[in-house]
Design a protein around this ligand. Structure first.
Ligand code: TYD
Ligand code: MG
Length: 444
């Protein structure tokens, strides 16, 4: 068979050349051109998925369905990214098990594990009540063999685990290279559209998110889901980064258990119940998409010998932490210039909204002074953005956040509607805690 014509595409800027260059003529980056198959004329107009918004199929996993905007749209292409060990294979195995149980045809393609390994996992899922053993499994890394199987089986929903392990013999380049990954995704998409199958492509991302993988496919797929969290923690969040069929700011919360992933149906109850209420701990009334979520934010402030001192955070943006620390020092009299500061959103949850600022500020101030906030044995609850002049700025959906807090009996919430500046918020927080007879400050 003649080799199909190929082009060289810059993995940074997407510039295309007929021949290889050491330096991309488009953006000037070195060694970024990779070989890809030359694009063919598009077969027959827009894809079925984009054309008709046919009824989506619920996966039986509520947290996933919400992130997807109702379920899996027939014929759509979904990319599920996440670091190794986070639970992508478990989640997709459960999805197919559920769909198979309600009479939809499925196919699980794995290039990573042997059929025996997959069977082992599906047996574990089965004992947890998911009909995973009924799912047809194909352990294969050759792209042509996988495409042939999809054509033969014509599944309604197919999982490719993972896009980095499949290999097209028509292209040079190792599996997982940019050219291979794009080729695999493009050809899987073409075959899937032809047989009307919805496909979930699993993709690994490294901590830096840089290795050839999900990033280079985002434009090609209908939905991009990111599975986040730390492997050694129990909680995982599923986030929509792109969705042609629904909103992108929904989040699902899961817990990894012995019997697979379990949806956390009321994460607020879980996190509030686990909040320590000790110095350095506050509860943030956050919004995760359209849903309010109460999470515990913890801080530790300890004297440092390092210059500059450490700033370590989990679950919030480093730059937001730097900003909050600067405003605390400049406008609220809480200096941390000679101390290490650690901030953690408990449970491995990420909160990427400015409403987290006030919680970070109060947690750090509470930790710096060694004073527990909150009253009557209940943790302090708060939300609000911190402005550069020390003012508190309004954030979205204050009533829904307050309602959620009230649901758990947390009625001493501090927010931009009740206090105007960070200084006032600190005063109110510490006054409330002293009234309730908590221990006096131990550090300045
Ligand atoms: P896995 O889904 O294989 O992660 P990924 O495909 O993203 O690499 O599994 C993640 C981890 O979860 C793995 O270390 C084993 C663990 N696990 C459980 O704790 N319980 C279970 O029922 C299953 C199936 C896996
Ligand atoms: Mg896996």
């Amino acid at each position: 068979m003649a080799r199909p014509s190929t082009v060289f595409v810059c993995s940074d800027c997407g510039h295309t050349e007929a021949r290889w260059h050491g330096r991309c003529p488009g953006c000037g980056a070195w060694n970024t051109l990779v070989e890809e198959r030359a694009p063919e004329a598009r077969p027959g107009g827009r894809s079925g998925a984009a054309r008709g918004r046919s009824a989506s199929a619920p996966t039986g996993i509520g947290e996933l369905d919400r992130v997807l905007g109702g379920g899996i749209v027939p014929g759509s292409l979904i990319l599920l990214g996440g670091s190794p060990g986070i639970g992508k294979s478990t989640l997709t195995g459960m999805v197919l098990g559920n769909l198979q149980a309600v009479g939809r045809s499925t196919l699980y393609v794995s290039g990573e594990e042997s059929a025996a390994q997959i069977r082992l996992r599906h047996e574990r899922l089965e004992t947890a009540g998911c009909r995973a053993l009924d799912v047809p499994v194909l352990a294969e890394t050759d792209l042509d063999a996988v495409l042939a199987a999809i054509e033969a089986e014509r599944p309604a929903v197919c999982v490719i685990d993972s896009v980095q392990t499949l290999h097209s013999a028509e292209l040079s380049g190792a599996p997982g290279s940019v050219g291979q990954v794009r080729e695999v995704a493009a050809r899987v998409m073409r075959t899937a559209k032809a047989v009307g199958a919805a496909v979930i492509l699993v993709g690994h991302v490294t901590k830096e998110g840089s290795i050839a993988g999900p990033r280079v496919l985002e434009h090609l797929v209908d939905c991009v889901l990111q599975f986040e969290g730390e492997r050694e923690r129990t909680y995982r969040t599923l986030r929509g980064l792109k969705n042609r069929f629904g909103s992108t700011n929904e989040t699902g919360v899961f817990e990894m258990r012995q019997g697979g992933l379990v949806e956390v149906l009321d994460p607020s109850a879980r996190f509030v119940g686990e909040a320590t209420g000790k110095p350095g701990s506050v509860v943030l009334a956050a919004m995760e998409g359209s849903r309010p979520l109460l999470v515990e934010v913890q801080a530790l402030v300890s004297p440092s010998e390092l210059v500059p001192p450490r700033r370590v955070c989990n679950g919030i943006d480093r730059n937001r932490l730097a900003l909050v620390l600067a405003v605390l020092g400049r406008h609220a009299g809480v200096g941390t210039g000679t101390a290490d500061v650690f901030v953690n959103v408990v449970g491995g949850v990420r909160v990427e909204e400015p409403g987290a600022d006030l919680a970070v500020a109060l947690a750090v101030a509470s930790a710096a002074r060694g004073v527990a906030l909150g009253s009557n044995g209940k943790p302090l609850t708060c939300f609000g953005e911190v402005g550069l002049t020390g003012e508190l700025r309004t954030v979205g959906h204050p009533e829904r956040r307050l309602e959620e807090a009230a649901k758990f009996g947390l009625d001493t919430a501090l927010h931009p509607g009740s206090v105007k500046t960070l200084r006032q918020a600190l005063r109110a927080a510490f006054a409330a805690s002293e009234q309730s007879g908590d221990p006096a400050p131990v550090a300045g």
